[in-house]
Design a protein around this ligand. Structure first.
Ligand SMILES: Nc1ncnc2c1ncn2[C@@H]1O[C@H](COP(=O)(O)OP(=O)(O)O)[C@@H](O)[C@H]1O
Ligand SMILES: [Mg+2]
Length: 399
């Protein structure tokens, strides 16, 4: 059985700056958990504390339910592959992979067994025919795989990976991602994997821990964090679609709840929290929006085509509206919390707030400046309070 890793209110401060703030999470035996968050949110610091390379300011790391505070990194037996993994340049791939076996040698295993084990893990990682090369003769991706092989060669009780694909070329990343997923399934080793890339997180994870500025915002399966965000940050950061955040307010008209978006409104929303008349932040995601004819009735928002982004197989139409966007600092009572800029591929394009992003088939390119109507799937509109917490309709079950 692989180990269970748990953190309880794990906290790290550098001077007066708290970079990991009371993080409680767990990785079950054989589970693959991804720690997802933007750069600088404290992910590597958490891994280092779990591995025993850094001392927590407060809180605990538990391994199989026992406090690991007194254990050295070596005693914890947790393998870690760092972001900037380093191979020994003067040793071959084989010698690099074998290194942890030699260093930790207790006299029980023979050299032949060691070499067999090296061949075995090299086989897992597809580097068996590269074993006699030195690091400078390996591509970035190959070197990465050798580093992973070195980390698992000693049958670690758990595995920590810190952005292992960040140094790898984009075209290799996808293949390596699939390889890691396969390897994890086969070995079923308890794994905590760090990344800032939501696609990596969504494809690899059994569960995702979404972090922002040292704080856990949500823990859940990929489906949960993607389709049922607890927090405005999660709504903006995770999910393949773009997310537009706008200001709104809820009131009750003659025909039920209305979501007032300033100059436009959406009625008939069943998922509105009852009697919430405060200002709310409304997340309008691409997957909740559909282009409709401009004279269409029903819950539609209107605007004009600002820009069309060509993704090849489809188009993303950016529709400027008169909705009031929510700039980072206003979406929450805590001005230090930032919502990530909406992701956009055209770098020189300054996206105004309140702009909707709608998917249309490649053949249906609208002209810039044309009037555009967007139907809103009201079941997939998310509302958040001023602290960024999800507002759910009363009595609504959490999915
Ligand atoms: N040794 C250190 N001294 C002071 N600040 C640090 C130290 N290590 C990390 N930090 C700061 O802590 C924050 C979290 O860092 P890190 O855990 O590396 O984030 P991530 O891995 O999510 O990018 C960053 O703002 C970083 O600058
Ligand atoms: Mg890091």
């Amino acid at each position: 059985m692989w180990d269970v890793i748990e953190t309880r209110a794990l906290t790290k401060a550098y001077g007066r700056r708290v970079v990991v703030d009371a993080v409680s999470m767990s990785v079950a035996s054989g589970e693959f958990v991804v720690l997802l968050g933007p750069s600088g949110c404290g992910k590597s610091t958490i891994l280092r504390m779990i591995a025993g390379l850094e001392e927590p300011t407060s809180g605990h790391v538990l391994i199989n339910g026992d406090d690991a505070d007194e254990l050295t990194a070596r005693e914890r037996g947790i393998a870690m592959v760092f972001q900037d993994f380093a191979l020994y340049p003067h040793l071959t791939a084989r010698e690099n992979i074998a290194m942890p076996l030699r260093v930790g040698h207790t006299g029980s295993g023979s050299l032949t067994e060691d070499l067999k084990r090296v061949e075995q893990v090299a086989g897992y990682l597809g580097v068996a025919d590269l074993l006699d090369r030195r690091p400078h003769q390996l591509s970035g991706g190959q070197a990465q795989r050798v580093a992973v092989a070195r980390a698992i060669v000693r049958h670690p009780r758990a595995f920590l990976l810190d952005e292992p694909l960040s140094q790898v070329d984009a075209h290799l990343r996808q293949a390596l991602r699939a390889e890691i997923a396969r390897l994890a399934k086969r070995l079923r080793v308890t794994t905590l994997y760090v990344t800032h890339d939501q696609v990596e997180a969504l494809t690899l994870a059994d569960r995702i821990v979404v972090m922002e500025s040292g704080v856990v915002r949500q823990i859940g399966t990929p489906a949960q964090v993607r389709t049922d965000p607890d927090d405005v940050f999660v709504a903006g950061f995770v999910g393949a679609a773009r997310t537009t955040l706008v200001q709104g307010a809820v009131y009750f008209g003659r025909s039920g709840a209305v979501l007032d978006l300033g100059s436009q409104a959406l009625g008939g929303i069943a998922t509105l929290p009852a009697q919430h008349t405060d200002r709310v932040t409304v997340a309008l995601r691409t997957d909740a929006l559909r282009a409709v004819p401009v004279d269409a009735p029903g819950p539609v928002l209107r605007g004009r085509v600002a820009f069309v982004e060509d993704l090849g197989s489809e188009l993303l139409v950016h529709v400027s509206t008169d909705l009031v966007g929510v700039p980072a600092a206003f979406s929450t009572t805590d001005a230090t919390r930032a919502i990530p800029r909406q992701r956009i591929s055209r770098e020189d394009y300054e996206e105004p707030f309140g702009e909707l992003v709608v998917r249309v088939p490649a053949g249906q390119r609208p002209s810039v400046g044309a009037a555009f109507a967007v139907e809103v799937d009201l079941d997939r509109v998310f509302l958040f309070d001023r602290a960024g917490c999800r507002l759910r309709p009363e009595n609504a079950p959490r999915s």
